[in-house]
Design a protein around this ligand. Structure first.
Ligand code: SF4
Length: 456
């Protein structure tokens, strides 16, 4: 894939503003505390889906990475995970009762650091999930791995338990960058671990990289990308570091003057996209790269790519059940989120109260707009006829107040609005979330757009 079609530096800088990543529509800002347990149960009953994607949140990390914006608990005490797993087990048991007629097609463990768990704890959690839910024969099981503080045989253990995808947080291999972000890890170990995981049988390995970190330069990031190429992984997620120190206290340790400026950050992003495309990866959505024969690439080519809280996925027809502190569920036409604080989570489970602190039941308008935004995010186009038939509307009439917001993009030849389609040009791929904001009915209420990260 030629990378230069994704760039027009002038247009990128013109539209380099803040906007949601649209892992959901409406975004989590619209979740409210009036969403009740009964709303959740009703959503399960009303959902047309009977396939399930499970997300399990493990909040613990051994040490704090200063760039991090995740919900996590820093601790050296592994026994804290034993306590957590006891409470989590109660949530799993009580939630599973509502999903007896569902089949689990996908299981993902995120965090925090799921690899914080010991082998014994991992086995226990997998066994419990398999006991309480019905798993499909060919279930996709993935886990995020922090390559520090793990042993090589973690790969064997995970594979034996049925995990078939691993995702490793690499971010950057440069020592100075790593020291500044407080995440020093061995490149050699990561390479060996990836090689070992392949030998064990893992067919899908992802690594995460971040551009825009302190002290990153074209030279250092070139080395990171070249090493990533040598590892020959199936997928690479390339994230832009979002510096929001007012929201994430740890980021205050990263001084502004250490960060690349906008031009330097743009150059890092351009470098990464050009190199990853030259290495033979397909550019998926706005931040993923996958080998052409990977399921994500195939789904993108076939127009079946989907998006949820974990990013791009091929499992579109599944309800998503989040388990654990701060996890998010998407059941039928509802979104809901568990309490974010560990102590509150434990208290809620002890007193058999609702562990969800907020959520939203979608209106028909939310559903329609959500589908339009998802189609644009995943497939860079919307078929108006499909939307009309599905929701019995006249697209142009329905979005009469929103379509004029596309004018600036149309004038810059980034978007085409024809009788039957809205199509986004490849050179606007990186701006897709800014374009999607045109269809976001809530955006007009959000004066403080800075709650969201910038495109680059
Ligand atoms: S980046 Fe990952 S390992 Fe680091 S603090 Fe955040 S959740 Fe933990």
């Amino acid at each position: 894939m030629k990378a230069n079609k994704f760039f027009d530096p002038q247009l990128l800088s013109k539209y380099n503003t803040s906007g949601p990543r649209y892992t959901s529509y409406p975004t989590a800002l619209e979740f409210h505390d009036e969403f009740s347990e009964q709303d959740f149960i009703q959503a399960v009953e009303d959902s047309p889906n009977r396939e399930l994607s499970l997300y399990v949140h493990i909040p613990f990390c051994h040490s704090l990475c200063y760039y991090c914006g995740c919900n996590k608990v820093i601790t050296r005490h592994r026994d804290k995970a034993d306590t957590y797993l006891e409470y989590l087990a109660q949530e799993i048991s009580s939630r599973a009762e509502f999903f007896t007629d569902y089949t689990v097609k996908q299981l993902h463990w995120g965090g925090g650091t799921p690899s914080f768990l010991t082998h014994k704890q991992i086995t226990k959690l997998v066994s419990l999930l398999k006991e309480k839910f019905t798993f499909a024969d060919h279930v996709e099981m993935s886990i995020e791995i922090d390559p520090r503080e793990i042993e090589m045989n973690l790969a064997d253990h995970l594979f034996d338990l049925g995990f078939n995808r691993i995702s490793i947080g690499v971010q950057d291999i440069d020592r100075k960058v790593q020291e500044t972000i407080n995440r020093v890890q061995s490149t050699e170990f990561i390479g060996n671990f990836i090689g070992h995981a392949k030998n064990v049988g893992f067919k899908s390995i992802n690594i995460d990289l971040i551009y825009g970190l302190p002290h990153q330069t074209i030279e250092t990031f070139t080395k990171t990308l070249n090493i990533a190429h040598q590892w020959d992984v199936d997928r690479i997620s390339l994230f832009s570091y979002a510096h929001l120190p007012s929201r994430f206290a740890a980021q205050r340790k990263l001084r502004d003057e250490w960060l690349p400026n906008v031009q330097q950050k743009f150059a890092l992003m351009k470098l990464a996209i050009e190199k990853l495309c030259a290495f033979g990866y397909d550019f998926i959505g706005m931040d993923h790269f996958a080998k052409p024969d990977d399921e994500l690439s195939i789904a993108q080519k076939e127009g079946t790519l989907h998006r949820n809280f974990q990013g791009y996925t091929t499992k579109g027809g599944c309800d998503l059940l989040g388990l654990g502190v701060s996890s998010i569920s998407n059941i039928g036409t509802s979104f809901s989120q568990n309490v974010k604080d560990l102590k509150t989570y434990y208290q809620a489970i002890e007193s058999k109260e609702n562990v969800q602190e907020k959520g939203v039941s979608l209106s028909q308008d939310d559903v329609i707009r959500g589908e339009v935004i998802r189609e644009l995010m995943c497939n860079l186009s919307v078929n108006k006829n499909d939307i009309n038939k599905k929701y019995n509307i006249d697209f142009d009439q329905y979005f009469i107040d929103d379509l004029p917001l596309l004018t600036t993009f149309i004038e810059d030849e980034l978007v085409e609005n024809s009788k039957n389609f809205i199509r986004v040009e490849q050179k606007a791929r990186l701006l897709i979330r800014i374009i999607c904001m045109s269809f976001d009915a809530y955006m007009k209420q959000h004066i403080n757009q800075q709650r969201f990260s910038r495109v680059i």
